[in-house]
Design a binder for this molecule. Structure first.
Ligand code: KIV
Length: 278
C-alpha cells in the first residue's frame, strides 16, 4: 500500500508507530520498500555516511537531487522525504520554494524536510502553499552544529525545552505535516507528541514519539566508529560484508573462482573452427 501524508496522519491517530529509515541509493531503497518501511528519508546525512564529510554542511542541492532520484526509482510504496541542504532555504523564501520544487520535480520526492523552528516558519508556509508537504526538524539539528558547538543533546534547560515546545507549535501552525525530533530528552518529546496533531518522528528522543527514524548504516552495523547512545544495532552487516569480501579475495587468489558453475562454455566444433591469425 502506498504511504502518503494521510497514512502518517492516520497512523498517529490510531497509534500505529511510523517507521522511517534513511536511504541514499536505488538498491537500498528497493530493499527497504520491499520490507515495508513506511517512510524513506534521503537525509543530508549522506554527506557523512556516503560522501565522507565531517558534517552535513557541504552537501549541495545537486547531491540531494542525485541521491533522491535514485531512491525514488527504487521505492514504490514508501513515502519519500528529501532533506533540504544547508543554505538552500535559510537565505530567503524564494530560495526555499525554488529548491523544494527541484527536490520534487527532479528528485521525485513526495515531501521535503528542513531544520529549524520559528525562524523558518515563513519558508514552511510558502513551500506548503506551493503544494509541497514539509517535514520540520527540531532539537539537535545537525546543520546548526557550529552554533551548538558540536552534536549535543538539546532542550535540557527549562528555557531551551520551552523554545523547542514553542517551535513545535509554530511549525505545525505554519503547515508542517510531521516533525523529526532529534537528540532531546524523552520526556520533552513525549509532551510535544501529545500536544501536536501532526506526527512526531524521533531519533534519540525516546519511545514516546509517533514513530522512529535511524540512519541505516548505523542500525545495520555498517558504521563502526562513533555510534551514538540512541542507536540500536539491529544487524551486523559490516561483518557479513567482510566475510564475503575476504572469501572472494581468497578464492580468486587460489584460482578456485570462477569455477565451471560461474563460467560460460562454448561447443567444441565452434571453438576448433576459429582461425588463429599471427
Ligand atoms: O539527515 C538525516 O539523516 C536526518 C536524520 C538523522 C533525521 O536528518
Amino acid at each position: 500500500m502506498k504511504n502518503t501524508v494521510a497514512t502518517l496522519m492516520s497512523q498517529k491517530q490510531s497509534g500505529d508507530k511510523i517507521t522511517m529509515l534513511t536511504a541514499y541509493d536505488y538498491t537500498t531503497a528497493k530493499i527497504m520498500d520491499e520490507c515495508g518501511v513506511n517512510t524513506i528519508l534521503v537525509g543530508d546525512s549522506l554527506g557523512m555516511v556516503m560522501l565522507g564529510y565531517e558534517n552535513t554542511l557541504p552537501v549541495t542541492m545537486e547531491d540531494m537531487i542525485h541521491h533522491t532520484a535514485a531512491v525514488t526509482r527504487g521505492a514504490k510504496n514508501a513515502f519519500v522525504v528529501a532533506d533540504m541542504p544547508f543554505m538552500s532555504y535559510q537565505t530567503n523564501v524564494y530560495d526555499a520554494v525554488h529548491n523544494a520544487g527541484r527536490l520534487i520535480k527532479e528528485g521525485g520526492a513526495h515531501a521535503v524536510k528542513l531544520e529549524g523552528g520559528a525562524e523558518v516558519c515563513e519558508q514552511i508556509q510558502a513551500i506548503v502553499n506551493a503544494s509541497i508537504p514539509v517535514v520540520a526538524h527540531l532539537g539537535l539539528t545537525p546543520q546548526s552544529v557550529n552554533a551548538f558547538g558540536g552534536f549535543k543533546v538539546q532542550g535540557k534547560s527549562a528555557e531551551r525545552a520551552q523554545k523547542i515546545l514553542n517551535d513545535a507549535m509554530k511549525i505545525q501552525q505554519a503547515g508542517a505535516c510531521a516533525v523529526v525530533l532529534e537528540g532531546i530528552p524523552a520526556a520533552l518529546a513525549t509532551i510535544i507528541t501529545k500536544r501536536l496533531t501532526i506526527p512526531t518522528i524521533g531519533i534519540g528522543a525516546g519511545n514516546g514519539c509517533d514513530g522512529q527514524v535511524l540512519v541505516y548504516q548505523d542500525m545495520l552495523g555498517l558504521t563502526t566508529d562513533h555510534i551514538p547512545k540512541f542507536v540500536k544495532r539491529f544487524a551486523s552487516v559490516k561483518d557479513m560484508m567482510c566475510q564475503g569480501i575476504e572469501a572472494y579475495i581468497q578464492e580468486t587468489k587460489a584460482g578456485t573462482f570462477p569455477s565451471e558453475e560461474h563460467t560460460y562454455s562454448m561447443p567444441e566444433d565452434i571453438l576448433s573452427s576459429l582461425q588463429m591469425e599471427d
